[in-house]
Design a protein around this ligand. Structure first.
Ligand SMILES: *Cc1c(COP(=O)(O)O)cnc(C)c1O
Length: 387
């Protein structure tokens, strides 16, 4: 309540995105909402509460602390899977609380079974298969051993899923590599079932794979960026637009809506004479007599310094360009062309004001950072409100 800036998350935009995604994946494919990275900066607690309210009942995170946050937030029972590392205390907690996790080597499996035995429970696992990304995953040569181990410990293992992750499904440049990964994954899935194992879910598609390689959807998709209203990259949007036929129900502009808006208020308004420098150093010299507004947000708020002298905000329904270097807690914007700006006026950093809009995509173009990175940089302590 004392913060100088806040974020709002738009629920109807989320419902719109869910509708679009469900239409694309069809009835039979399970939707798993990926909420790692503080729900891509949207705030994991408010986001999952809203998503659960919209009927989402499966969440994917990267670590146990995020799973813990979901458990703490939701009263209703949902499935949660940890896609990253679980060990020690977090492994004990996950198994005790029926939180699922990826198994990417036999050591994790052995440790999990030991804990499951001590708790007289089953661990709920997803076998993560190495198919060519070379990050985590069970090597093909270890598959037999892992499967035999799973079979021998059925009393303490529930094999919920078999999965992989594609490296580069967002761009055709990686087509050969992704195709090879798909082939490798399908072979591994076949081999696993040849041992008599029958996982509930086969899942490999992230947002980009789900759009560009719909054959990878199997019976579950793990969707991050698109549920928040962003295309994985421009190419994925263009490829989708090319397929849209005239009778498509949704046109691309309505397909996804961005959930997040980021606002603050004007802290101070002042005049600067022609020739004066604004802010630290000499990167910005007043081209004329100017009026500037000081905004109480800087790079410590995740507003990247790379937007110094490049970014824009909205004030009074107009674009106000950033002048000078973005400071830790403040920045200056040019409002010479905007009438009657007062201390306390609304400033939009991301989102709409009247007819104008500032998008994360425009940040990306100006700063050469990915939308994923810009979103997750927004600090946890800025209050988020669902509207
Ligand atoms: C982040 C992540 C996803 C979701 O990716 P998006 O591109 O945001 O849809 C899916 N699977 C794994 C393993 C991930 O790490």
């Amino acid at each position: 309540m004392f913060e100088t800036t806040s974020l709002t998350i738009n629920k109807s935009a989320y419902q719109n995105n869910l509708k679009f995604i469900r239409q694309h994946i069809g009835e039979k494919v399970k939707f798993c909402s990926i909420v790692k990275g503080n729900a891509y900066g949207h705030g994991i607690a408010p986001f999952v509460a809203m998503a659960a309210d919209c009927g989402v009942d499966y969440f994917g995170v990267y670590a146990a602390d995020e799973a813990f946050e979901i458990k703490k937030t939701l009263t209703k029972n949902v499935s949660i899977m940890i896609m990253g590392m679980v060990a020690g205390e977090s492994l004990h907690w996950a198994i005790a609380n029926e939180v699922e996790f990826f198994v990417f080597d036999i050591e994790i499996l052995e440790a999990a079974v030991e804990v499951a035995q001590s708790q007289n429970k089953k661990c709920i696992i997803h076998l993560d298969i190495e198919t060519g990304m070379n990050r985590t995953g069970i090597e093909r040569s270890d598959l037999r051993k892992v499967c035999n181990y799973v079979k021998a410990h059925q009393d303490h293992i529930y094999l919920k899923g078999v999965c992989t992750h594609y490296a580069g499904s967002e761009s055709y440049v990686n087509h050969e590599r992704v195709q090879q990964q798909i082939v490798n994954f399908n072979k591994a899935v076949e081999e696993i079932s040849s041992y008599g194992l029958d996982p509930e879910y086969i899942h490999s598609a992230c947002s980009a794979a789900m759009m560009n390689y719909p054959e990878t959807m199997s019976n579950m998709v793990r969707v991050g960026i698109m549920q928040y209203g962003y295309w994985s990259n421009k190419e994925t949007l263009i490829r989708y637009s090319d397929q849209v036929t005239e009778d498509s129900i949704l046109d691309t502009s309505k397909a996804l809506s961005r959930l997040l808006e980021w606002k603050t208020t004007v802290m101070s308004v002042k005049k600067v004479e022609k020739g004066e420098f604004i802010g630290y150093g000499n990167s910005y010299q007043a081209y004329n007599d100017m009026t500037i507004a000081v905004i109480p947000v800087g790079y410590s708020y995740g507003y990247t310094r790379a937007l110094s002298n490049k970014g824009k905000v909205l004030i009074g329904g107009e674009e106000a360009p950033i002048c000078g270097i973005i400071n830790m807690n403040a920045m200056c914007v040019d409002i010479t062309h905007i009438q009657n700006v007062q201390k306390g006026d609304e400033v939009v950093l991301i989102g709409h004001q009247d007819e104008k809009v500032i998008t994360i995509a425009s940040f990306c173009e100006m700063s050469n950072l990915m939308n994923y990175e810009l979103l997750t940089r927004i600090p946890h302590n800025i209050p988020r409100t669902v509207k």
